[in-house]
Design a protein around this ligand. Structure first.
Ligand code: DLL
Length: 439
């Protein structure tokens, strides 16, 4: 066992075991999962057979690199049910993720998968300081998106009162928070900020609410945004991570001791970090692309799934008492990198620059076009109400200061347009920060 925990831990036998025990158990589960996929999914069997690999050949952690990687294209090519490993009458739930183009990807869960999912959510909720008896208000939509139903059943499982408000109707959310004594808000961080703003506009005093924990996820939650929500809503914001392909929410979560990392639920997810170019595995603490293999999936096993999310993983024990590996918070994906006139730009770099400028709000939108034959990057930036001025000279000086700072960090010129507070669209789900209209 690891250190003595100072807060309730959902399953100490898994979450506080020694690294050797965790790794040994993972290997056994992984071997079973490889056999499950090989025996039941023709797609995997063919890919193994082509390279002469049998599930039994994977005897050590080092051998895992022999297993072919799986990408989103595999789910697209086999749409909708081609990667399912059980007959459809054993699938009790479908979810889907709407890609930006083409058909969504579809995932199916058996009864046992749903039980496991619940376990994962209970683990990450307790990491965030949620306890039985909490009143948890759902601001994710209930639908094909995994966020709503996934967290719903986990919170119920933990013994919380779930308030299934769903996404939208922001004023009603605020009324419910007040009237029902909500203690936990489940939302994307951008929607939480919007709820906060609308409350302030209506004159609601957030200090009066019983809200204690923000259980956020589904999109990056940059530190500045987190601090802002915390100070305005008087809550503790946490952020959990997951993706539809491997389950949904419940892959990893932030505990009360480690604010820039999330504990991976290692009994259910085998993690690797690879170099996205060479595809070679990287050592602990090295930054690269996260590759996940769900360890106990029946409905749709995914072997070495390339998430495209960029992170690093540490196995250092955490002050919370958990010994599970921790992934650094995902700030960007390999596929959201923009190439502007040959220079690589991540939207998160722009966020970091804006975070260092007093007066710049968290609301921005980037547009990339090529109308003149040259890539052009335009930033619409909302100014904080307290920094907004009627003086053209002052606003123009502020605009130029933002553009200069961006140019020096990104090495690319950005046309900055200041827009009025409240003018950038507020969303109830994930914010799309970029419109790329280049041909
Ligand atoms: O967003 C699952 C989820 C729902 C997680 C609710 C947490 C809470 P997808 O719609 O398939 O699934 O999107 C998955 O969103 O690959 C990341 O790029 C991004 N993402 C999700 N959570 C985080 C997070 C759900 N906490 C994709 N931080 C992932 C950063 C996140 N990025």
């Amino acid at each position: 066992m690891g250190m003595t925990p100072h807060q309730p831990i959902y399953h100490p036998a898994f979450e506080c075991a020694s690294r050797e025990e965790i790794r040994a158990r993972q290997l056994v589960l992984l071997q079973e999962q490889l056999a499950w996929a090989y025996e039941r999914v023709p797609y995997y069997r063919e890919r193994f057979d082509v390279i002469g690999l049998k599930p039994g050949d994977i005897r050590t952690h080092e051998d895992v690199r022999l297993v072919p990687l799986t990408t989103k294209e595999a789910l697209r090519e086999t749409y909708p049910y081609g990667l399912f490993a059980v007959p459809l009458d054993q699938i009790i739930r479908l979810h889907a993720s709407s890609g930006t183009t083409g058909k969504p990807i579809v995932v199916g869960y058996t009864r046992e998968d749903i039980e496991h999912w619940r376990f994962c959510i209970m683990s990450i909720a307790q990491m965030a300081g949620v306890v039985p008896g909490d009143r948890a208000q759902m601001a994710f939509g209930y639908g094909m998106f995994t966020g709503g139903f996934g967290l719903h059943y986990g919170m119920e499982g933990l013994g919380c009162m779930i308030i299934p408000a769903s996404a939208g109707n922001t004023e009603r959310h605020i009324m419910m928070i007040e009237d029902y004594g909500t203690t936990v808000l489940i939302a994307t961080p951008s929607y939480a900020l919007h709820i906060c703003e609308v409350g302030e506009r209506l004159g609601y005093d957030w200090k009066k609410s019983q809200l204690r924990v923000g259980l956020f996820g589904g999109e990056p939650c940059p530190p500045k945004l987190k601090r802002e929500i915390e100070s305005r809503m008087h809550i503790h914001c946490t952020d959990n991570y997951g993706l539809t392909e491997v389950m949904g929410p419940g892959v990893s979560g932030e505990c009360l001791s480690s604010r820039d990392h999330q504990h991976i639920v290692e009994d259910h997810f085998y993690w690797e970090v690879i170099d996205p170019k060479t595809l070679e595995p990287l050592p602990e603490n090295a930054a690269g692309e996260l590759v996940l293999t769900p360890l106990q999936k029946q409905g749709i096993p995914l072997l070495r799934y390339r998430t495209r999310d960029l992170t690093s993983v540490t196995c250092e024990p955490c002050a919370c008492g958990r010994t599970s590996a921790r992934m650094k918070k995902v700030r960007h994906r390999s596929d959201d990198m923009l190439i502007i006139r040959g220079t690589n730009v991540y939207p998160s770099q722009i966020e970091d620059v804006l975070a260092s400028i007093a007066g710049a709000s968290a609301y921005y939108h980037l547009t990339v076009d090529n109308e003149s034959g040259l890539d052009r990057l335009t930033l619409d930036l909302e100014v904080k109400p307290e920094a907004f001025s009627d003086s053209f000279t002052e606003m123009d000086a502020f605009r130029r200061a933002v553009a200069d700072r961006l140019k020096s960090v990104l090495q690319v010129g950005v046309a900055v347009k200041l827009v009025e507070p409240g003018s950038i669209e507020r969303v109830m789900g994930k914010t799309q920060h970029v419109t790329d209209s280049r041909p």
